[in-house]
Design a binder for this molecule. Structure first.
Ligand SMILES: Cc1cc2nc3c(=O)[nH]c(=O)nc-3n(C[C@H](O)[C@H](O)[C@H](O)COP(=O)(O)OP(=O)(O)OC[C@H]3O[C@@H](n4cnc5c(N)ncnc54)[C@H](O)[C@@H]3O)c2cc1C
Length: 387
């Protein structure tokens, strides 16, 4: 297998680079480069710029605002967005809900929601996890009881990323408590302005507000907002969780963070010499560089092999696990380069020395939990190897 891009793919990459260079607002790039997470307004502004080109939802059909890009082109686009760095297309809208609506939604749902998902006129969040139901998601208990042409929802979700910024949530609810646990679940779209919903912040170790608890107290949801069949929501959930694998390894993010570490190491001096002059640090950079390249090649193999191999859960688990470990190593390296000063907590939080590198390192620890914990990935790998 040729381990480089084809001439056509390279031409596409150059086209994407030129587009990003011309259109990405400098202030957004600067904030992300320093390590700040994108603000909602950054993601919305950038996604609308991408949308003009059909690249906000690159793998969707053109009829719904996509560009019908092939897998490799899509991966190239994602990598270039990461490397810019620019905000990724909003993952709940584009990577998760859009494909579910395409496969399981009604035409009315597709026509109403998909253009709004692509342009970010509506911001969705994901209401799957509950206290006690994370890795064992099918044990979820939030209940939806049918009452005429509505469901009445009661229960609680947790760790709901960006719920405080969102307009809607797509949620898994239990519609049959007698059936086997996977068979009594339904997939509902819920407007967060509906009476009976309370959103409470969870402040994470980086000091930021990204996560929430969401409480449902007699929340009335029209039956028209059911996606797929009643009690078959687990099919949608499995499809959603298995579908979003193209960028699972986050190679572009790793490359961008390594570039930034090199930039900082050349800028920061110790005893009159730049940190980059240290042979031990140079060796660390070289090792990370090689690991990222190996991950990139593994990612290509995964995407370019036939469908049967792609469906092997172990392949996706390697990418998730290794990608997370590399991101965490890079975030730790950046926090270390920043030195003790980077750990200072200051009221003027916008003016740390080199950006919020220590908080980003702390938050990167969550990578081993969301999207399937590292222990669960290792279980999958062990079963694939040992049988
Ligand atoms: C930053 C962040 C953002 C998130 N965003 C969202 C979101 O937007 N929407 C949403 O629905 N959820 C979200 N989650 C929740 C996430 O999906 C769950 O945290 C995750 O599935 C793990 O579930 P849990 O927290 O209940 O831990 P548990 O499943 O209870 O796991 C606890 C520990 O036990 C281990 N463990 C569990 N089962 C096994 C097993 N079979 N074998 C070996 N070890 C095991 C785990 O690895 C872990 O170490 C987010 C989580 C985080 C940290």
């Amino acid at each position: 297998m040729d381990l480089d891009l084809s001439p056509a793919q390279r031409a596409f990459r150059d086209e994407v680079r030129a587009f990003i260079r011309d259109r990405l607002p400098a202030d957004i790039r600067q904030r992300l480069r320093q390590g700040h997470p994108p603000r909602k307004e950054d993601t919305v502004a950038w996604q609308r710029i991408l949308h003009e080109r059909g690249w906000a939802a690159p793998h969707w059909p053109r009829a719904y605002g996509g560009a019908e890009l092939g897998t490799m082109e899509r991966l190239i686009l994602l990598d270039e967005i990461y490397r810019a760095p620019a905000p990724l297309p909003q993952v709940f809208n584009v990577g998760m809900l859009g494909p579910v609506l395409l496969k399981y939604g009604t035409e009315a749902q597709r026509t109403f929601f998909m253009p709004k998902l692509a342009r970010l006129d509506l911001w969705f969040c994901q209401g799957f996890s509950e206290p006690g139901s994370g890795s064992d998601l099918a044990s979820l208990r939030t209940a939806a009881r049918r009452d005429g042409d509505h469901y009445v929802v009661n229960g609680q979700k947790i760790w709901t990323t960006t719920a405080h910024l969102a307009d809607w949530v797509f949620a898994l609810v239990r519609t049959d408590s007698e059936a086997r646990k996977q068979e009594g679940i339904s997939f509902l779209l819920i407007d967060l302005k509906t009476p009976g919903i309370t959103i409470r912040p969870i402040i994470s170790i980086d000091g930021g507000h990204h996560l929430n608890e969401v409480f449902f107290d007699d929340v009335r949801v029209p039956v028209a907002n059911l996606v797929g069949q009643e009690n078959r929501g687990w099919d949608c959930a499995k499809f959603l969780l298995g579908n979003e694998r193209t960028g699972i390894a986050n190679v572009g993010l790793c490359r961008e963070r390594l570039d930034y570490a090199r930039e900082l190491a050349a800028r920061i001096t110790q005893g009159g010499r730049p940190l980059s002059a240290d042979p031990a640090l140079q060796a660390e950079f070289a090792e990370l560089d090689a690991e990222i390249r190996a991950l990139e090649i593994t990612n290509w193999r995964f995407l370019l092999t036939d469908g049967e191999q792609q469906r092997l859960p172990a392949f996706a688990s390697v990418l998730k696990l290794k990608g997370t470990e590399l991101q965490q190593a890079l975030m730790a390296l950046l926090a270390r380069l920043d030195g003790l000063g980077g750990l200072e907590r200051r009221a003027d939080a916008d003016t740390p020395r080199h950006g919020p590198l220590a908080p980003r390192y702390f938050y990167s620890r969550a990578g081993s939990i969301y999207g399937g914990t590292s222990e669960v990935q290792k279980d999958i790998l062990a079963k694939a190897i040992v049988g």
